[in-house]
Design a protein around this ligand. Structure first.
Ligand code: ME8
Length: 645
């Protein structure tokens, strides 16, 4: 990897205000930006707003404003939201910026001059939500799967970008660059799309129908907008073609998007770049959807959580932490207020917060708040020391691979190990025996150094808390948050450590109402969080009608992990065929790894239920005998989602 890193988010449409989905992509980019700075890379982080097109004109009309007045207002809302979450882009771009319009026109002229654009009549199915023509096989029940509206049949003369001639080049490029589109499942999706001949891309609208776009430099009767306009922001952001930033940061470009805009980014964009003679971007990182009750959170469905509301309820760091920890990058996740509260209390208030307060309290009690010398004596604290040193390279690999949720899990294993070191070495006992003074020194040193190093590792995700921890140890965060801060043993003997107020106060048991946000998470709380792995009624006979109420389906287990708050539970992500989470009480019988890839049978229409803070959307069927539990597996070629009858 080069030592330069350029990260972008999608530029968001200004037809609505920012929500949790936008916040997620932007936090992911900010975390990556901070991580790359931390490991010594030179970075550039771009976000912004997409301001042309029908949708924007319609939204402006609704508010009685001109498109320009309207875009100024909403764009500013996006720009002002990101600092609330401690997101620090280097540049906020707007597609209405004159510089951007000039760049788009320059690129258009170039591809037009070289014969990659053609004028012709086209009839097709147009989705106003996606702002592109869809093809039949993309429709579900005759409707756009994202906007749930039937597309409109349109026939008009337009300019087309001739993509098909670059199709083979793109296939070869994707095949020879495994990291070009990640995670793998999205790379496979693009490759499978490319098995069919590509349609050419309609890039214009007649000004008779739309004026709110970029005028085509070679025909003033037309404007371009949407993809040809929007994607080029990634170049304008670096002052393409002559800017220093372009020379410096291209092609180290890493685009973060959700799967809704995979096709434009995985297909149109590399082909556009290739056509204008620019090297393709380095990597496209594609994440899943935040959902509420099985529906994608989106402005068109109205089931929205606002970033401002999250920050008001949880604070910036805790919100960032939950966003990163609760979603496996690439898969869908469900938002629930309770799951965030459970996560904050368990990980931040308990594991991290308690470790810090217990360790500093003991340091003050037994060593006047001064860092003792590191003695390097055998014992649980020595295992901790080795564990932390080994953690750094694996953390770096996971973070580079956008596996932030796994990197956090690894850091938390270390914090829990440190909490156990306190329990097993019992420093308050060691303090009573003069012969144990050196061991006590070493235990206290290792605890404080674990906290220091963990603060550095976790700083891309919770920067405020990390800085507070480092400052409390008398360190300058600016100096520590760099490559040199990543090695064990930086705390010096005699350094004074200050006691600080709790970083993450516990959020009380009374469930706060989700005011200001429309949360449709009606899953009932189950007292005691017990898992029932058997059908509700096993007494007496059932009728066919009773049985038919239960929908059984084949599900493929795509990932499995231990439940964060319960030893007996596993949290499974299954495809059936849509993605959902199932919590199953089988941790004592199966390891998470052994389940991945298995095709099993689930009850698909069980009312969602929250089990120790995680919402389970279904039930896994198992057989039980004297030997234990057995999965009910089906033949591997059965399609996920197949009905079982
Ligand atoms: O598509 N879960 O803008 P957009 C996760 N202007 N992420 C979500 C999400 C959800 N429920 N909802 C939205 C556009 N997002 C174009 C992009 S880029 C050259 C042009 C995030 O406002 C996610 O990043 O519809 C998704 O890709 C993006 O918002 C779509 O934003």
């Amino acid at each position: 990897m080069s030592n330069r890193f350029y990260v972008t988010t999608p530029i968001y449409y200004v037809n609505a205000e920012p929500h949790l989905g936008h916040a997620y992509s932007t936090v992911v980019a900010d975390v990556q930006n901070r991580f790359h700075k931390l490991i010594g890379h030179e970075t550039f982080f771009l976000t912004g707003t997409d301001e042309h097109g029908d949708k924007i004109v319609q939204a402006a009309q609704k508010m009685g404003l001109s498109p320009k007045e309207y875009t100024d207002i909403i764009s500013e809302k996006f720009a002002k939201t990101w600092p609330l979450l401690n997101i620090r882009p280097d540049r906020f771009i707007r597609t209405t910026d004159p510089q951007h319009i000039k760049t788009v026109q320059m690129v258009l002229q170039k591809v037009f001059d070289q014969g990659d654009i053609e004028f012709r009549e086209y009839e097709g199915l147009y989705c106003f939500g996606c702002e592109r023509f869809l093809i039949e096989r993309e429709l579900v029940d005759g409707k756009c799967p994202d906007h749930k509206v039937a597309p409109t049949r349109l026939k008009e003369k337009n300019y087309f970008f001739l993509m098909s001639k670059y199709q083979q080049w793109l296939i070869d490029h994707i095949k020879s660059n495994p990291e070009f589109i990640t995670p793998q499942r999205y790379r496979n999706e693009v490759l499978s799309f490319l098995k069919e001949p590509l349609d050419d891309l309609c890039i214009s609208r007649p000004v008779t129908r739309l004026t709110w776009g970029v005028p085509l430099p070679f025909d003033s009767n037309f404007v371009t907008y949407v993809w040809f306009d929007a994607l080029i922001n990634y170049l304008t952001g670096l002052d393409y073609p002559d800017g220093q930033n372009f020379a410096k940061f291209w092609p180290a470009a890493n685009h973060v998007i959700a799967k809704d805009i995979l096709k434009p980014h995985g297909i149109y964009w590399p082909i556009m770049l290739h056509a204008i003679g620019i090297e393709p971007y380095q990597s496209l990182h594609v994440h899943g959807y935040w959902k509420i009750k099985d529906e994608k959170m989106s402005k068109s469905l109205g089931n929205i959580i606002r970033p401002k509301w999250l920050v008001e309820n949880f604070g910036a760091d805790a919100t960032r932490y939950c966003l990163m920890r609760e979603m496996n990058f690439g898969l869908d996740a469900s938002f629930s207020y309770d799951a965030f509260v459970t996560r904050i209390n368990a990980d931040l208030a308990n594991d991290l917060g308690n470790l810090l307060s217990r360790s500093t309290t003991m340091l003050h009690k037994f060593r006047q708040g001064l860092i003792p010398p590191e003695r390097v004596i055998e014992g649980p604290q020595d295992d901790l020391r080795h564990h932390l040193s080994a953690l750094v390279p694996s953390w770096q690999k996971l973070m580079s691979d956008f596996q932030v949720h796994n990197a956090l899990q690894e850091i938390w294993k270390a914090l829990n190990m440190a909490n156990k070191v306190i329990d097993t070495t019992a420093p308050w006992q060691l303090a009573k025996e003069t012969t144990k003074a050196q061991l006590l020194d070493d235990v206290l040193y290792c605890l404080m150094e674990t906290l220091r190093l963990s603060a550095v590792l976790v700083s891309p995700v919770i920067p405020e808390a990390a800085e507070k921890i480092l400052s409390s140890m008398g360190l300058d965060p600016a100096g520590e948050l760099g490559p040199s801060g990543l090695s064990w043993g930086r705390l010096k003997e005699g350094a004074k450590v200050a006691k600080i107020p709790p970083l993450f106060p516990r959020i009380g048991p009374s469930k706060k109402e989700a005011q200001g946000a429309q949360i449709h998470d009606k899953a009932k709380k189950q007292k005691g969080g017990k898992v029932e792995e058997k059908t509700a009624s096993n007494q007496g006979l059932v009728t066919i009608e009773d049985f038919q109420k239960v929908q059984l389906r084949v599900a493929e287990i795509v990932s499995a992990e231990k439940h964060p708050n319960a030893d007996r539970l596993l949290k499974l992500t299954v495809k059936a065929p849509e993605e959902r989470t199932i919590v199953a009480g089988i941790a004592e019988h199966f390891s998470p790894e052994s389940l991945v890839g298995k095709k099993v049978i689930i009850v698909a229409n069980l009312k969602p239920v929250k089990l120790r803070g995680v919402t389970s959307q279904g039930m896994l069927l198992v057989a039980k005998d004297s030997k234990g539990l057995h999965l009910l597996e089906v033949s591997p070629d059965t399609e996920p989602g197949a009905k079982v009858s």
